[in-house]
Design a protein around this ligand. Structure first.
Ligand code: NAP
Ligand code: MG
Length: 397
C-alpha cells in the first residue's frame, strides 16, 4: 500500500509517563503504517526539559509558530514531589503555560462523541466546545484579608481614587484586571475557530452587573465581529450570539450542541469540567490552542495518567484510554492537510477518527468507558490500550 505523503512538517511534542507510552504506540500502530510522517520532533519529557534548562519548550513553541501546526503529548508540570522524583535542577514551569504565552492563544476543548457513550444531558447530541480565555481576572488578581477593617481604595493611573468599601470590620478584598489586547486576541481566536469549523459562536458575560469590566468584553467582541467577521459569518450561515452568562447556562442545558461557547477565564474553568463529566470522561476530551495569527496546537485534555504508569512500570497490563491523544493527532494531520491542500491526508485523519469511534461502538474499549457504555445488542469488552489500538488498525485496513 502506498503511504500518504506530507508536504510540510508538523511540530511533534513528546511528553511523559503513560501518555508517552501511548504516544509511541499510536505512531507505530495507527500512523506509520499509513502515513509517511513528517514531523519536527521535540522531546518535552521532563528529563529532557531539565537537561536543556527548559529551552526545549521554547524551541517547540517557536516551531509551532513557524510550522503553524503542532501536536503535543501530555507532560508533567513539576511540583515539589516531582523535583525529588526526577532530581530536577529547578521546578520548571508548566510547558502548556510557556507555550500558551508564546502563542498568545485561546484553548478550545471538545468532547469526542461515540454512539453508546451517552452524555448525561440527553439533548446534547452534538459536541459543545468551550473556548476559555486563559488570561487575567481572578487568576492574576491581587487580594487581601483586612483584619481590622478600614477604607479600601483603588488608585488609578490618573490619580483618581475609587473607594472599594469602607470596611467596618474584618473582610476580604480583591482587585483584578484584563487587557484590551488579550480580550481582542481571545475574540479573534474564537471567531476564527467558529468560522473554521462552521459552528455558531456564543459568548456570555455578566455585563448588566459589571457595567465597565464585563461590558468591555462584550463591546470588544461586538466591534471585532462587526468590522472583521460579520460578512464571512453571514456567507457561511453561522451566527454570533451574545447573552448574559446565566441565560447562556440555561440555554446550554436545553440546546442540542454543535456550537462554540466562548467563556471568560473563570466561567471556562468551571464549565469545561462540567461539560467533560457530563459528556463522559476527561479521556474523551480533546483540546486545541489557537493563536490569533492562526497557529494550532492539538493535545488531549487529560494529564499523563500517573497511576496507570506506575502499574505499567511494574509490568502490569494497563487499559489507558488513548482516544483524546488519537484525536490530537487527527486534528493536527487534518489541519496540515487543509493548509497544504493535501486531501489524502485530510481524508486519512477522518478515517482514523471514524475507525476509533467504530471500534468503541462495536463494543471494544478501554476499561474506563465500560461503565458508561450502553448499546442494545452490544456487550462491551474491556481491552488493554494496545489491544484497543490494534482493533482500530483493523478497521483502518
Ligand atoms: P490525569 O493524568 O488526567 O489523571 C487523573 C485520573 O483520571 C487518572 O488517574 C485516571 O483515573 C483518569 N484518567 C485520565 N486520563 C485517562 C485516560 N486517558 N484513560 C483512563 N483514565 C484516565 O491527571 P493527574 O493525575 O492530576 O495528573 C498527572 C500528571 O499530569 C501531573 O504531573 C500533571 O502535571 C500532568 N498534567 C498534564 C496536563 C497536560 O499536559 N495537558 C494536564 C493535566 C495534568 P484512574 O486512576 O481512576 O483510572
Ligand atoms: Mg477546572
Amino acid at each position: 500500500m502506498q503511504k500518504i505523503k506530507m508536504k510540510n512538517a508538523i511540530a511533534e511534542l513528546d511528553g511523559d509517563e503513560m501518555t508517552r507510552v501511548l504516544w509511541a504506540d499510536i505512531k507505530e500502530i495507527l500512523l506509520k503504517p499509513f502515513v509517511e510522517l513528517n514531523t519536527e520532533y521535540y522531546d518535552l519529557g521532563l528529563k529532557k526539559r531539565d537537561e536543556t534548562n527548559d529551552k526545549i519548550t521554547t524551541e517547540a513553541g517557536n516551531a509551532i509558530k513557524r510550522l503553524k501546526v503542532g501536536v503535543k503529548c501530555a507532560t508533567i508540570t513539576p511540583n515539589a514531589e516531582r523535583v525529588k522524583e526526577y532530581s530536577l535542577k529547578e521546578m520548571w514551569k508548566s510547558p502548556n503555560g510557556t507555550i500558551r504565552s508564546l502563542l498568545d492563544g485561546t484553548v478550545f476543548r471538545t468532547p469526542v462523541i461515540a454512539n453508546g457513550i451517552l452524555p448525561l444531558v440527553a439533548n446534547w447530541v452534538k459536541p459543545i466546545t468551550i473556548a476559555r480565555h486563559a488570561y487575567g481576572d481572578i487568576y492574576s488578581a491581587v487580594e487581601a484579608y483586612v483584619p481590622n477593617g478600614g477604607k479600601v481604595e483603588i488608585l488609578l493611573p490618573s490619580g483618581e481614587r475609587k473607594t472599594v468599601k469602607d470596611l467596618k470590620g474584618a473582610g476580604v478584598i480583591m482587585a483584578m484586571h484584563n487587557t484590551d489586547e488579550s480580550i481582542k486576541s481571545f475574540a479573534r481566536s474564537s471567531f476564527n475557530y467558529a468560522f473554521d469549523i462552521g459552528e455558531p459562536l456564543w459568548f456570555a458575560t455578566k455585563d448588566t452587573i459589571s457595567k465597565t469590566y464585563d461590558h468591555r468584553f462584550k463591546d470588544i467582541f461586538q466591534e471585532i465581529f462587526e468590522s472583521e467577521y460579520k460578512e464571512r459569518f453571514e456567507k457561511a450561515g453561522i451566527e454570533y450570539f451574545y447573552t448574559l452568562i446565566d441565560d447562556a447556562v440555561a440555554r446550554i442545558m436545553r440546546c442540542e450542541g454543535g456550537l462554540i461557547w466562548a467563556c471568560k477565564n473563570y466561567d471556562g474553568d468551571v464549565m469545561s469540567d462540567m461539560l467533560a463529566s457530563a459528556f463522559g470522561s476527561l479521556a474523551m476530551m480533546t483540546s486545541v490552542l489557537v493563536s490569533p495569527d492562526n497557529c494550532y496546537e492539538y493535545e488531549a485534555a487529560h494529564g499523563t495518567v500517573t497511576r496507570h504508569y506506575y502499574k505499567y512500570l511494574k509490568g502490569e497490563e494497563t487499559s489507558t484510554n488513548p482516544v483524546a491523544t488519537i484525536f490530537a493527532w487527527t486534528g493536527a494531520l487534518a489541519k496540515r492537510g487543509q493548509l497544504d491542500n493535501n486531501k489524502e491526508l485530510e481524508a486519512f485523519a477522518k478515517r482514523l477518527e471514524s475507525a476509533t469511534l467504530k471500534t468503541i461502538e462495536s463494543g471494544v474499549m478501554t476499561k474506563d468507558l465500560l461503565p458508561l457504555f450502553k448499546r442494545n445488542g452490544v456487550t462491551p469488552r474491556g481491552a488493554s490500550s494496545t489491544e484497543f489500538l490494534k482493533e482500530i488498525a483493523k478497521y483502518l485496513q
